[in-house]
Write a protein that binds this ligand. Structure first.
Ligand code: C2E
Ligand code: CA
Ligand code: CA
Length: 556
């Protein structure tokens, strides 16, 4: 309540409306007339009435500035002059000089208060402006842009459709790291200036973050019309300190009312679209409700992982791998399964790819290591000697404590490291090749087997491949599933098998779904096959029951 009153007073002082000015004018006039009347009827002797004259002068100066103060001073001085006592005690009449001096004194008061008030008002106005603008560019900041858009949207002055476009400079961090902060600041000034030239003057540009600009269009067509101009502008580089710089942008957009009915919702949705454009390397993405629902779902799942670990909702299932030359089981691959109490079975594809970008994957993998190695020890105790394969992701490779946990668990269960295979995807290896080679060498020296998972999808070159200290290549199921009928897949798989042989690596085909594929792989000399035609992933007990069934048995 109190702060609202203060706000209103501040507004009235900084930007007095016409009504306030009229009111003050009336008060000033009343003050001068009233003061004159008081001085006249009181014989001019009253101390209080003398000082009352300052009120209209100060009031006028506060609202109208120095000019207002001077006018009120002159009027008060001239009108009151004849009635001003020279001597307070005997009420002696004013002399002309005294009259003029009074008028000058009133003017001085009015002028000084007016100048002070104007300076203060300018300062307060600047502070006000700063809350909604970026000082170096004069563009609206997020608060200012939001207020403007809220007014347009929430006051219902909106056309049937409105589009909010947010643009992010994708390579700003690179530029800053390479050229430094001063250079980046100069570049940003050029970017903002160019944006201001491209966007029509009647549309506000919001500098919502240092590397993000936002513009609201009245219609999609208006935004589309600008697209060619924007694309041409992006292609032309910037010149800073005689260095040409290419600035890369990602654009995201959301529309009113389809994607949001408030400005905050629209901004959130267009940022989501912009983020999608940046991660998918696309120039422009329009917000997609379905894609967002799935990423919301994924975020929720990520949020539930820690609790799920504590509540023992995870399990490890095993998928057997067949040695084609002998027809015997050579090992299993441990695959994570999540059974949620209310959501039921959650497939690994719904949470592992996202978890792999966070440290959560380390917790999950540690858990898988514990469960998989416990199972291996248990089936070894029942006379089965084959090993187990565990999937590792990039994050895992950089987590020292995880590899320590692996080695401790292997020792704890008295498992020979040769019985443990670590599957690392080809793309993970290519992400940080030198580091991976070094790590794989250390793992191999400790006795572990390392294989390249999903081979054929990660763009590794032969030059890299020959340096990799691995034992096997797992041909991605994309080339294996349709093998029986697809000639191209057949050529690819035969080439990879040849490649593995010439590099002295073992070969594994995953995703083997039919007998024909199994027979072809055997004929071409593939070492191992894994897939539904051999065995579907199953919990420990089912794996053991399946192993006991003829004709399969468990010799490695
Ligand atoms: P992946 O490592 O390539 O695992 C093989 C996937 O193919 C498994 O799916 C398996 O059930 C499925 N599969 C096996 N044979 C066939 C077949 O004949 N046909 C078809 N259509 N599919 C087959 P799953 O268990 O759903 O796992 C999917 C992916 O999730 C895995 O692909 C792996 O990348 C990841 N994943 C699973 N468990 C773990 C884990 O413990 N750690 C990590 N980092 N990733 C895991
Ligand atoms: Ca795998
Ligand atoms: Ca795979």
């Amino acid at each position: 309540m109190y702060s609202r009153l203060l706000d209103q007073a501040h507004a009235a002082f900084c930007a007095p409306s016409a009504t306030v000015r009229m009111l003050v004018l009336a008060l000033v006039s009343l003050g001068i007339l009233g003061g004159t009347w008081l001085v006249y009827f009181s014989g001019g002797a009253q101390f209080a009435t003398l000082h009352i004259m300052y009120l209209p002068i100060i009031l006028s100066a506060l609202v109208f500035g120095a000019a207002g103060g001077l006018v009120a001073g002159v009027v008060s001085g001239l009108l009151l002059g004849p009635f001003m006592p020279l001597d307070v005690l005997d009420g002696e009449a004013q002399q002309l000089v005294n009259w003029l001096l009074r008028a000058a004194f009133f003017c001085l008061i009015g002028g000084i208060v007016g100048i002070g008030a104007s300076a203060l008002r300018r300062q307060l106005n600047r502070l006000d402006w700063l809350t909604e603008h970026d000082p170096s560019t004069g563009l609206l900041n997020q608060a200012g842009f939001a207020r403007l858009q809220r007014q347009a949207i929430e006051c219902k002055l909106v056309p049937p459709e409105r589009v909010l476009v947010v643009a992010q400079i994708k390579n700003m961090l690179d530029i800053q790291n390479t050229f430094g902060a001063r250079f980046t600041e100069k570049l940003l000034q050029q970017v903002y200036a160019r944006a201001r030239r491209i966007v029509p003057a009647n549309l506000a540009i919001g500098l919502i973050q240092r590397d993000r600009l936002a513009v609201a269009f009245d219609a999609i067509a208006e935004a589309r019309a600008l697209r060619a101009k924007i694309e041409a502008s992006i292609r032309s580089p910037y010149q800073v300190d005689e260095v040409p710089v290419y600035v890369d942008f990602a654009f995201g957009a959301a529309t009113f009312p389809a994607h949001g009915r408030t400005f905050d919702e629209l901004l959130q949705k267009s940022k989501i679209a912009m983020h999608a454009a940046a991660t998918r390397n696309l120039p422009f993405v329009l917000y997609d409700t379905h894609a967002d629902a799935s990423s919301r779902e994924t975020l929720e799942l990520l949020g539930m992982i820690s609790t799920a670990l504590a509540n023992k909702e995870f399990a490890v299932w095993h998928q057997a791998k067949l040695r084609l030359a002998t027809g015997r089981i050579a090992g299993t691959e441990a695959l994570l399964r999540w059974r949620h109490p209310t959501r039921g079975f959650i497939p690994p594809g719904a949470f592992i790819p996202q978890a792999e970008k966070t440290p959560l994957i380390d917790d999950l993998t540690k858990w898988v290591i514990g469960a998989a190695l416990t199972d291996q020890a248990a089936w070894r105790a029942r006379g089965h000697s084959f090993g187990v394969a565990i999937n590792l992701s990039v994050h895992n490779l950089h987590e020292r404590s995880l590899l320590k946990t692996l080695h401790e668990t292997v020792t704890q269960h008295s498992i020979a490291p040769q019985q443990v295979e670590l599957e690392v995807t080809e793309s993970a290896v290519m992400d940080d090749f030198d580091y991976c080679v070094d790590l794989m060498r250390r793992l191999r020296d400790l006795g572990y087997r390392v294989s390249i998972d999903d081979f054929g999808t990660g763009h590794s070159s032969l030059a890299y491949l020959k340096k990799l200290p691995v034992s096997a290549l797992k041909i991605d199921q994309a080339f294996v599933r349709g093998l029986a009928s697809d000639q191209t897949d057949q050529k690819i798989v035969r080439t990879v098998l040849e490649l593995a042989r010439s590099l002295n690596l073992e070969s594994v085909a995953e995703g083997v779904e039919d007998e024909t594929t199994l027979a072809l792989l055997k004929e071409w000399g593939c070492d191992y096959a894994q897939g539904y035609a051999v065995h579907r992933p199953a919990p420990f007990d089912e794996l053991l029951a399946w192993l006991d069934k003829p004709p399969l048995n468990s010799a490695a």
